[in-house]
Design a protein around this ligand. Structure first.
Ligand code: G4P
Length: 511
């Protein structure tokens, strides 16, 4: 039942073309239509407008978080990773909810810093990657240079599946190796409009050096190997132009054919298979209402197993008692009949008032606990100082809420009342200050903190107590009450680790 789901994300550096490619994928999948059509269909299809209504009434932007489309019997769930310069834990966590990823690279720029960071997160979890080298309608690097850079920078085998016939002004189409056909630019816009020819008819017209380059690309790299790809050791590489629609068809076909269907998910020692009867899932993202008059949130659950039905009772691990999911936002809702159920691999949006938190497991029997959704050690720590000191209570509520959402992490020092916020990217600090102001009416300033990083402490109780006794000035509790060592420098972490071999100073915390 679950084998027709493909749940994936696109990773890229800003400007590489993620938005353009997303649009083209959705267009090909028929998920977006010409402007007028969207409205007419939306009204005609009640099931689908469920979440649109919520969105309009409450001003939540949930549409772009999960985009579902269907093609040739396969349901594609595309999860959006926020595309800021800076990135937050939100981005990392979204990658815990996908089974594969597309990596978009600009043909002229190659692997850029954010691509690399996101790639590392994928590698940690062995998320298989299909590479899309974009913008070949512009001048780019040579094919070898691009392919070798991907291979060297990311330590991956690359297996080219297509090649552009010239780039920039000389671009005359893309050769797809598998079908041995060429897709051609047409008309003034030089877009791909469906024209495809046999390569045999074209090959003779290519300039000698280009013909040779293409032959070498075709023959000189490893063949595609499904197992190596699924294991995250090899990436198939497609060339194209999202803007001009080249390579998009092939990309969708590759996801359908090669990308893994819903994978088993780790729950401690156990792996929960998508075939398990019971409905299970985990919350990977919580999005608060942007309308300050409401405090509702949407929790996004990645379904891991079972068949979900509207109104079903699930028990969140953080709560211990079951809740009925009466008004889930089902993204796969193009068809009225299907709007009331969801399968493993699908994403369900659950409106709630703060009961559901990132990392929570939801299940029918309350026996499974998914692991592997990490908090990351913040790289930037700031002391938070209230403009109006009487607003402590509001601030605490706001910090707890926002840390629940993954916007920030919060640390309450064991000594003193100076709360500390931690983030992995600068942008999160700006978001924090403006949301405190707008949604909680709390004015706050951020000041330098004496700490450089934080480490979650683990160990047996005795060792923990002992450490706590002597280091209270450098200890804090996170929002769950877990003990955190606040380090003045990375050296400090190493030093303490050496002195306290019974404890682990962990840069991530798994819930
Ligand atoms: P992002 O989401 O990864 O940040 O990238 P986005 O799709 O917004 O694309 C960034 C710019 O690159 C856009 O230019 C877009 O039109 C262009 N672009 C995307 N794909 C292609 C492609 O295949 N070929 C060419 N030639 N251009 C492409 P823009 O709208 O002019 O915005 P900007 O350049 O002013 O940012």
């Amino acid at each position: 039942m679950t084998s027709n789901r493909r749940t994936f994300a696109i990773i890229s550096h800003p400007d590489a073309g993620k938005t353009t490619l997303t649009e083209k994928l959705l267009l090909q999948g028929g998920a977006i239509h010409l402007a007028g059509e969207v409205k007419a269909r939306g009204q005609a299809r009640r099931a689908r407008s469920d979440w649109m209504k919520i969105e309009q009434q409450r001003g939540i932007s949930v549409t772009s978080s999960v985009m579902t489309f269907e093609k040739d019997g396969i349901t594609f769930n595309l999860l959006d990773t926020p595309g800021h310069e800076d990135f937050s834990e939100d981005t990392y966590r979204t990658l815990t909810a996908v089974d594969s990823a597309i990596m978009v690279i600009d043909a002229a720029k190659g692997i850029e810093p954010q691509t690399r960071k996101l790639f590392e997160v994928c590698r940690l979890r062995s998320v298989p990657i299909i590479t899309f080298v974009n913008k070949v309608d512009r001048e780019g690097r040579s094919l070898f240079e691009i392919l070798d850079e991907v291979a060297d920078a990311l330590a991956l085998d690359v297996s080219p599946q297509s090649a552009p016939l010239g780039m920039g002004g000389l671009f005359t189409g893309i050769l797809d190796f598998a079908s041995d056909t060429v897709t051609r630019p047409e008309g003034d816009s030089r877009e791909y409009l469906g024209k495809r020819e046999a390569f045999a008819g074209v090959a003779g017209d290519l300039p000698g050096d280009l013909a040779e380059e293409i032959e070498l690309v075709r023959e000189g790299y490893p063949e595609f190997d499904l197992e190596a790809y699924r294991h995250g050791d090899l990436t198939p590489v497609f060339f194209g132009s999202a803007l001009k629609n080249f390579g998009v068809e092939e990309l969708i076909a590759a996801i359908a054919k090669w990308a893994p269907p819903p994978r088993p998910q780790p729950a401690g020692e156990e792996q929960i298979s998508p075939d398990r009867d019971e409905v299970t899932g985990f919350i990977f993202k919580v999005q608060a209402n942007m309308d300050p008059n409401h405090r509702d949130r949407i929790a996004f659950m990645r379904q891991v197993s079972g068949t979900f039905k509207r109104g079903m009772k699930l028990t969140p691990s953080g709560l211990g008692k079951p809740i009925a999911i009466h008004s889930p936002i089902l993204f796969f809702a193009q068809d009225r009949e299907l709007a009331d159920t969801a399968e493993a691999g699908d994403i369900i949006g659950i409106p709630n008032h703060g009961t559901l938190r990132v990392g929570d497991t939801l299940s029918e029997k309350n026996q499974v606990r998914f692991t592997g959704l990490p908090n990351f050690a913040p790289e930037i720590l700031r002391r938070i100082v209230l403009v109006d000191p009487t607003k402590t209570k509001q601030l605490r509520k706001a910090l707890d809420d926002l840390s629940e959402e993954g916007v920030i992490q919060v640390f309450y020092p064991e000594i003193g009342g100076q709360w500390i916020v931690g983030v992995v990217g600068q942008l999160q600090l700006d978001v924090l200050v403006s949301r405190l102001e707008a949604e909680y009416k709390v004015g706050a300033n951020l000041e330098a903190s004496p700490f450089a990083t934080a480490r979650w402490l683990k160990g047996d109780q005795k060792a923990m107590d002992e450490f706590e006794k002597f280091n209270r000035a450098n200890l804090a509790r996170d929002r769950d009450g877990d003990l955190v060592f606040m380090a003045k420098s990375p050296w400090d972490v190493g030093y303490q680790q050496e002195k306290n071999p019974d404890l682990t100073f962990s840069a991530t915390k798994e819930r």
